[in-house]
Ligand binder design. Structure first.
Ligand SMILES: Nc1ncnc2c1ncn2[C@@H]1O[C@H](COP(=O)(O)OP(=O)(O)O)[C@@H](O)[C@H]1O
Ligand SMILES: Nc1ccn([C@@H]2O[C@H](COP(=O)(O)O)[C@@H](O)[C@H]2O)c(=O)n1
Length: 218
């Protein structure tokens, strides 16, 4: 059976992981596999620490798309994968990988979750988590200083130099590809809708809508 693939995109700190965790909690972890795009940041061990700190991690070119597409394809075709692991404190790929088994539901999560057209075409449900920039920045400061060994100055500099402009250029426009835009981040009503949609499909009660009721997709 083909998996039900969900894309969860949105800016850094918008609440993507939270929405993903809530979906998993609601439908049962045994039914879901998460495909976290953050694992595909390119390894920067060839650079000095000073050089690594100046990399634009918010440009799509910062990710290993070739590997990502290959592993996404495998998982979508029911093949287990070796998921790379990334260290945000050193900007490097870890030596170890984690085995990820396919599941009935696959959630692709990341700022570029809806960026790749081919991957998007496999997604039966595309979600964009839309949270105000000031809230996202506050969350990011807390996380990056607490968990990613960054300083307040470095977070602010990275945000104004890279995160903000790249969000506008590459992340925000992918909202266009979404079926559902969740305003203000995770909320109960949105989640209920998403989960009910998933349950309808995976429990086999797929609703066959009359296509005449809808506008042509562009
Ligand atoms: N709707 C919400 N209300 C309040 N806090 C939230 C909400 N959604 C997420 N958060 C918090 O914001 C922070 C970032 O959320 P997270 O899901 O990790 O974002 P992302 O994966 O998009 O970077 C976390 O500490 C999380 O608990
Ligand atoms: N070495 C790196 C790699 C990425 N980032 C930042 O991570 C953000 C995306 O992850 P979220 O969990 O916040 O969605 C992205 O905005 C990059 O700037 C980094 O700081 N260092």
């Amino acid at each position: 059976m083909k998996p039900f693939i969900i894309g969860v995109a949105g800016g850094s700190g918008s609440g993507k992981s939270t929405v993903t965790e809530q979906i998993i909690h609601a439908v049962g972890s045994e039914n879901v596999t998460i495909f976290i795009q953050d694992n595909f940041y390119l390894d920067r061990s060839n650079l000095t620490m000073e050089e690594r700190n100046r990399v634009n991690f918010d440009h799509p070119a910062a990710l290993d798309w070739e590997l990502m597409r290959k592993l996404f394809d495998d998982l979508a075709n029911g093949v287990p994968i070796q998921m790379p692991q990334y260290d945000f404190t050193t900007h490097t790929r870890k030596a170890e990988t984690v085995t990820i088994a396919p599941a009935q539901i696959i959630v692709v999560e990341g700022i570029f979750g809806l960026y790749d057209e081919t991957m998007c075409n496999h997604m039966a449900l595309r979600i964009f988590v839309d949270t105000a920039a000031d809230i996202r920045l506050m969350r990011r400061m807390k996380r990056d200083i607490g968990e990613r060994a960054r300083t307040l100055d470095s977070v602010m500099e990275q945000y104004s130099k890279f995160v903000r402009p790249m969000h506008k250029k590459f992340v925000e426009p992918t909202k266009e590809a979404a079926h559902i835009i969740i305003p203000h981040g995770s909320n109960k009503a949105a989640l209920e809708m998403i989960v009910s949609r998933i349950q309808t499909v995976i429990n086999g009660h797929k609703i066959n809508l009359n296509h005449d009721m809808f506008f042509e997709e562009e």
